[in-house]
Design a protein around this ligand. Structure first.
Ligand code: F3S
Length: 429
């Protein structure tokens, strides 16, 4: 590898032992990828140094030390010794979603011990310069990189948004690489950091109108299956979509497949024309999405739903935007729900929802607004839940298998109707 002077210095220990170990880890990672150099990054979204009560106890038993330093040294940096961990190298280093909402730990089935541990963990991370955003939508909560900026982000739905909508550059990193990047400000110059890797390979010809959020989620779900880990470019009957639609589209494509970037001409910042999106090459495949494909996706997403008696409605995957709060508050409109309703978002968006009166309206109807996590990540649904209603293709993909429930997929309106009546009545229009 070609190393810059500051990288050599860190490898030689000039920045202290933890930075040295972080650099060693990154060199091993870069060599495994075949990267020839590093890029500088000041935008990191991961879960650095976080631990659970279980992890802390495991480290106490096996390393004799369950401290933040021990977990970070051994678990994040794969080092053989416990080291003092310096603060983040600078820039925007934020914490992604975690496993619980401290304000609703009991609803999520968390013990007081786990909640106290979480508080201690957050204080430790904040002391190390990590921004406690606790969300899978950092771009809605204050971490919005610039076009072309090199980032090191985890979380597939955030990664695809970062590459495709913002035009910043990140691979889907892991805990170790984001933690090492946090200390060094470096990440391998590979994959989506490089122009040649970002070109579209598959042409998606959309032949049916794609308007609402549900439709964008279904289109993403279709494309993920169709292109797997390749890069699609969309043409045809799609209009300019808002960030909310991109959020659901990308999250779905990243869950049914491994899509980390897509192109929409005139939206994706580096895709001024179809030719530019394709890098001047011919697509390796052209795939049609018409009304038959649309119906098939809807049936696939609802294949698991049998019992129309809904017990739980979950909204906010990926974490809800303020527009979604406004919509849900409007749909509830002073009425009482018959099911459980949990809506997940970031702390930042919840603050705006609180100030706008949306949280109050949802709570007055009988719902709960939670932050930091979601049912899939926390593996938590209201007690006795057998049937859920969801407006997220991504959550529909994961939650039934994770917690053993039946799931219905539809619009936010379908979900609120189910919450108000206790019955699923959604259908594809
Ligand atoms: Fe976010 Fe949970 Fe969905 S972390 S993307 S709300 S699965």
């Amino acid at each position: 590898m070609i190393l810059a002077d500051d990288e050599k210095a860190m490898l030689d220990g000039a920045g202290g032992i933890a930075r040295q170990r972080a650099m060693e880890l990154l060199v091993r990672y870069a060599e495994a990828l075949g990267a020839e150099r590093f890029v500088d990054t000041k935008n990191i979204a991961g879960v650095p140094g976080s631990s659970t009560v279980f992890l802390q106890k495991y480290f106490e038993e096996h390393a004799g030390d369950g401290s933040f330093e021990a977990v970070f040294s051994l678990y994040d940096l794969d080092a053989g010794e416990v080291m003092s961990i310096p603060s983040a190298a600078g820039g925007n280093c934020c914490h992604l979603q975690g496993g619980m909402d401290l304000a609703h730990g009991a609803d999520l089935g968390m013990s007081p011990e786990a909640m106290q541990h979480q508080r201690d963990d957050e204080a430790e991370l904040a002391r190390h310069g990590v921004r406690i955003m606790k969300t899978c939508t950092p771009y809605l909560a204050g971490n919005l990189p610039l076009k072309g900026e090199h980032c090191a982000w985890m979380e597939s739905s955030a990664v695809v948004y970062c590459n495709s909508v913002i035009g910043a550059r990140t691979n889907t990193e892991g805990r170790e690489s984001t933690s090492a990047a946090m200390l060094t400000g470096k990440i391998p110059d590979w994959g989506f950091h490089r122009d040649e890797y970002r070109r579209a390979t598959h042409l998606i010809e959309v032949e049916t109108p794609v308007e609402g959020v549900m439709d964008w989620g279904m289109l993403g779900y279709f494309i993920g299956y169709a292109v797997e880990e390749n890069i699609p470019v969309l043409t045809g009957s799609i209009r300019q979509a808002d960030p909310l639609r991109h959020k659901h589209f990308g999250a779905a494509a990243a869950s049914s497949g491994g899509v980390e970037m897509y192109h929409i001409v005139g939206v994706t910042p580096e895709s001024a024309t179809l030719e530019i999106a394709l890098g001047g090459r011919k697509p390796v495949a052209a795939i049609k999405y018409g009304s038959a494909e649309r119906r098939r996706v809807y049936e696939t997403l609802n294949a698991n739903g049998r019992d129309a008696n809904v017990v739980y409605v979950m909204l906010g995957c990926p974490h809800a935007s303020i527009d979604q709060f406004r919509e849900v508050a409007r749909l509830l409109d002073g009425r009482r729900i018959k099911t459980h309703l949990w809506m997940f978002t970031s702390r930042a968006v919840k603050t705006v929802a609180d100030m706008s009166g949306f949280t109050q309206k949802i709570e007055n109807a009988g719902g709960l607004v939670m932050t930091d996590t979601c049912s899939a990540i926390a593996r938590a649904v209201p007690k006795g839940t057998k049937v859920v209603a969801l407006d997220s293709a991504k959550q529909t993909h994961y939650l039934p298998a994770m917690v053993g429930v039946e799931a219905w997929f539809g619009t936010t309106e379908d979900c609120i109707h189910a919450a108000l009546t206790g019955r699923w009545a959604g259908e594809l229009l």
